[in-house]
Design a protein around this ligand. Structure first.
Ligand code: SAM
Ligand code: SF4
Length: 460
């Protein structure tokens, strides 16, 4: 009997990639994939625990399955990813009908774990990595290693774009962040494995590869005397035929090196796009966040980017309402956003995470309404800047990698010889224009005729 899998993924690109690998592994074991949860006999949630809200959503989604599980006890329900690693047995307490909990470092075992549950192994089953204080470093590292070269083209953002993990874990320990606990110690993946996977992706028709790491520009891999860094990796990936664009996220400000910027400048396949979260415009807040950089250092890094790669798009993340953030601190964040002119910023309201230094030592003292108001104000100013800077594109011709029908086309279920298509420029700006759906997967010149804060409106 073919087994039928439903998988729901929340969170970052790392999670999307993990889900792709889980699906690839399970297809090899005879699973088919459905988007109808009622039809599935295996239901998996790949979860995120960066903010409370993401966890709440998963617990309510699980709650909605309670009845289904009562009616069909043979169905297997599994919780994967960061929340599985963070909450572990607590998940069984809050949702006793869950059969399986698997942390991100144990996902390579998913097929075997599901098989054992199906074969009648005692439920629930749990497979998680070691805690960061649970033994010798080498053992902890191994327990988080989940490199798996299996890929599944159907699970990608589009057939022409793929994520490629070059690093797992994080050693930065920003005081608000749960990732160093859920994803374990930072480990660079061997360059040969990365190159081999990139060649496989190119053979499968990928034009664009986005390299993933929590602090991707800190990537390093030592083999004997030889140290490989991200700039070296980009040079080698650049030689692979078929690949047309290379991106990498997320960058850590302190580790942005001249060599890396030099590589981005000199390698035409490297997108002139850098996501480098600043988090706050106040040195006092950055210090409490344990970010390891000041506003002045970030400003120097920006100046270097602007000097070496003129026209590069830089984007950022911000947390508003972090412990002790005053109106003055927030005004400084508003000011730096105006000064840096980011292409876009992801803005988050601070959410206290158990187990982090901030939760242990600082008070989450900014009221929710203040966080919300600051979020709105920062977003408004960022949107105004994005729109202003996008206006410079009006009348210009941009090279667009066409991803396929736009959201509007999909929503309206438009068919026909010409629909609204969506793609991205080399500097990661979204472009929509009318065209044949068959243009998907091509890199085309498009003239920009108008803009919004988030989109260039083009024509051919
Ligand atoms: N490693 C990346 C970095 O350093 O930017 C991304 C990590 S995290 C998944 C993505 C973003 O979530 C962070 O840049 C931060 O802005 C936000 N974030 C992390 N922890 C948070 C928390 N406790 N509350 C609110 N936002 C948070
Ligand atoms: Fe979290 Fe900081 Fe690591 Fe990013 S660099 S994953 S924010 S601890």
């Amino acid at each position: 009997m073919p087994k039928c899998l439903y998988i729901e993924t929340v969170g970052c690109q790392m999670n999307l990639l993990d889900s792709e690998m889980v699906v690839a592994a399970l297809r090899q074991h005879g699973y088919t994939v459905t988007d109808n949860v009622e039809q599935a006999d295996t239901i998996l949630f790949n979860t995120c625990s960066v903010r409370q809200h993401a966890e709440d959503k998963i617990y309510s989604a699980l709650g909605r399955l309670r009845r289904l599980k009562q009616q069909h006890p043979e169905k297997v329900i599994g919780v994967l990813g960061c929340m599985a690693q963070k909450d572990q047995a607590l998940i069984f307490e809050r949702a006793p009908f869950v059969d399986l909990v698997v942390g991100p470092g144990q996902l390579h075992r998913i097929a075997e774990l599901l098989e054992s549950v199906a074969a009648g192994a005692p439920r629930p089953r749990m497979a998680v990595s070691l805690d960061r204080r649970d033994g010798p470093l080498a053992e902890i590292r191994r327990s988080h290693e989940s490199f798996d070269p299996l890929r599944d083209p159907t699970m990608r953002p589009t057939p022409f774009q793929a994520f490629l993990r070059i690093q797992i874990g994080c050693d930065k320990f920003c005081s608000y962040c749960v990732v160093p606990m859920t994803r374990g110690p930072e480990q660079g993946r061997p360059p040969e494995q990365i190159l081999e996977e990139a060649r496989l992706l190119a053979d499968q028709g990928c034009l664009e590869i986005t390299l993933l790491g929590q602090t991707v520009n800190s990537y390093k891999y030592r083999s004997g005397e030889q140290m490989t860094r991200l700039a070296d990796l980009l040079e080698r990936l650049h030689e692979i035929d078929g690949i047309r664009r290379l991106k990498f996220v997320t960058n850590f400000p302190k580790d942005m090196s001249r060599e890396l910027l030099e590589a981005v400048r000199s390698l035409p396949k490297c997108s002139p796009y850098l996501h480098v979260p600043l988090q706050s415009g106040s040195n006092a807040v950055l210090h409490r966040m344990k970010r390891g950089h000041t506003v002045e250092e970030y400003r120097d890094m920006m100046a270097q980017i602007r000097e070496m790669i003129p026209g590069a798009a830089v984007s950022s993340d911000f947390i508003v309402g972090f412990c002790g953030e005053t109106d003055r601190d927030f005004d400084q964040t508003m000011a730096i956003v105006q000064e840096c002119r980011f292409k876009n910023s992801f803005i988050f309201k601070y959410s206290e995470r158990p187990g982090t230094k901030a939760a242990e030592r600082l008070v989450d003292d900014v009221p929710y309404e203040t966080k919300q108001a600051r979020n709105n104000r920062l977003l408004a100013i960022q949107n105004a800047i994005s729109e202003e800077d996008n206006r410079a594109f009006i009348g210009r011709i941009v090279e667009v990698l066409v991803e396929g029908p736009s959201k509007v086309t999909m929503k309206r279920a438009d068919t026909g010889s010409e629909v609204q298509l969506m793609g991205r420029t080399h500097c990661d700006r979204i472009v929509v224009f009318q065209g044949s759906p068959q243009l998907a997967g091509q890199i085309l010149p498009v003239r920009v005729r108008d803009v919004t804060a988030h989109t260039l409106l083009g024509e051919r």
